[in-house]
Design a binder for this molecule. Structure first.
Ligand code: NAD
Length: 488
């Protein structure tokens, strides 16, 4: 693997104008292993200019949509062919399990396939106004679509926005995350190989406070998509409001699964394993709270202890299931929140501290029992392998606890009673509700949040709406008078 990576601007691979570099660290060893060119505001400006030129030239817009569709399918094929290689890079920079790194590149490819399939089906309408008028709508791209990507699942999240944006005919500028930007650069390689015109795709890596802020505030940007923390999302929303451009915000979560007395505990156990321990719980849609009916609480906790005892722990490159968290700062944050939970009366039934014997940032898989609704561990996003478990007695109480945070990303229900499942699904404040399996869905299913979990929807057919605006064309028909004769 190469040790130095560049930004991709206007169809060229470039160093930063000021020559800066960002070191990329392996979370499993805490050692740097590569560098990437550091984009600063001047580089972001170049990237936006390149995207603007692509928009003004109509190079992408005037293509027959079927051609854009084929190019997106070629991007998907390029990524699939290299899924093992790119997945390994992702494992080294983000810590994710090797198998899951590869799977993430497959899911990244899926976005290009799905929106490649939609690119030639984005249609306007004919609106009848009577015999004297013709009226129709044109679904137009916004122009320059800016994307700021977080460090969890960067290729997947970059593709989630980029694929529908390109399908609709926008040019994109991606600001990749400073902690793990390397796998995302393959998206630019794939687009280059697929023949996207220069400037249609630009990918730069820089720090949030300068490159990210410069992109969010750039006057050449027409629409912005941000995925990350609530605090940064708010800053991006303010920047978008100042310029009156639309923003899609995909922010954090504190999602709760509700376990009813008749639940299949094997389904619950499997959903906990993936819902909170996959990628060490650094998933916006993680199942970070479990609300368990009092009658089955002890049995459920015992089953979950067994799950934890069977987890293999260690570096992603060795294919362990529970992998390190991304960096020292994140590990410290997870530990601080767990300590606050214990101080407020919760008990660590398993784990609770840093796992010893690993050079990297490994946190023990942690089950916090006796968690109560007011505790920080029940209200704040921990973003680590920590499940807060709380008892309830009635369905109304479960709804009240589940909805009792500032977030509204996901929720889940475990039961064989479909009446109760759908009764709860209707009342839970969440963009997506999972019944009997956490993370049900895929690129096909709309995803997004309520409250501070965000604004707008990504994935599925819904996402296309974020990347187009409707133009209406109306015409008055004047009936020909007298006999028509050809001009001489
Ligand atoms: P973050 O907000 O710190 O950073 C996200 C991105 O924003 C990074 O690229 C960063 O460089 C950039 N950034 C930082 N400051 C900026 C600024 N002032 N202006 C513009 N850009 C700036 O978040 P993070 O720690 O990288 O990601 C974790 C968060 O992302 C969690 O809260 C998680 O829940 C959320 N997330 C949400 C989703 C979703 O789809 N809802 C998906 C993944 C992650």
């Amino acid at each position: 693997m190469k040790s130095y990576w560049q930004n991709y601007i206007g169809g060229k691979w470039l160093d930063g104008v000021n020559g800066g570099r960002i070191a990329i660290e392996d979370p499993a060893t805490a050692a740097p292993f590569a560098q990437i060119a550091r984009a600063e505001p001047v580089d972001v400006d170049r990237a936006v200019q390149a995207a603007r030129e692509c928009v003004e030239s109509r190079a992408l817009l005037d293509l027959r949509p079927a051609k854009r569709s084929r190019m997106l399918l070629e991007v998907a094929a390029y990524l699939r062919e290299r899924a093992a290689e790119i997945g390994r890079v992702l494992t080294l920079e983000s810590g994710i399990q090797l198998e899951e790194g590869r799977a993430e590149i497959e899911s990244t490819a899926r976005y290009f396939e799905y929106y490649g399939g939609l690119a030639d089906k984005i249609e306007g309408r004919y609106i009848p106004l009577g015999a004297d008028f013709v009226d129709y709508t044109i679904p137009e791209p916004y122009g320059v679509s800016a994307h700021i990507v977080p460090w969890n699942f960067p290729p997947d999240i970059a593709a989630r926005g980029m694929a529908p944006a390109l399908a609709a005919g926008n040019a994109v500028v991606i600001k990749s995350p400073e902690l793990d930007p390397l796998a995302v650069t393959y998206l630019a390689q794939a687009c280059e190989a697929a023949g996207f015109p220069p400037g249609a795709v630009n990918i730069v890596c820089g720090y949030g406070h300068d490159a990210g802020a410069a992109l969010a505030n750039h006057p050449g940007v027409d629409q912005i998509v941000f995925t990350g923390s609530v605090a940064t999302g708010r800053a991006v929303a303010i920047a978008a409001a100042q310029r009156l451009i639309p923003a899609v915000l995909e922010l954090g979560g504190k999602s709760a699964g509700i376990v009813l007395p008749d639940a299949d505990l094997e389904q619950v156990a499997e959903s906990v394993k993936w819902g909170i321990f996959y990628f060490a719980g650094q998933v916006c849609s993680a199942q970070s709270r479990l609300l368990v009916h009092r009658s089955i609480h002890d049995r459920t906790v015992q089953r979950l202890r067994d799950v934890v005892a069977q987890l293999s722990i260690g570096p992603g490159v060795e294919n362990h299931f529970l992998t390190p968290v991304i960096c020292a700062q994140q590990l410290a944050r997870v530990q601080e929140l767990v300590s606050s939970g214990v101080a407020q009366g919760a008990t660590a039934a398993t784990g609770g501290s840093r796992a010893e014997g690993y050079p990297g940032y490994v946190m023990q898989p942690t089950l916090l029992v006796d968690a109560a609704p007011g505790m920080r561990v029940m209200r704040e996003e921990i973003f680590g392998p920590v499940l807060s478990i709380c008892v309830f007695d009635t369905l109304e109480e479960a709804v009240c606890i589940a909805n009792g945070t500032n977030f509204g990303l996901c929720a889940g229900v475990y039961t064989k009673d479909l009446d109760k499942a759908h009764w709860l699904a209707a009342r839970l404040v969440a963009g997506q509700v999972f019944i009997n399996q956490w993370f049900v869905g895929g690129v096909e299913t709309p995803f997004g949040g309520s409250r501070q979990s965000g604004i707008g929807r990504e994935k599925g057919q819904e996402a296309i709406r974020s990347y187009i605006r409707t133009k209406n064309v109306g015409m008055r028909i004047v009936a020909p008078r007298g006999a028509w004769s050809a001009p001489e």
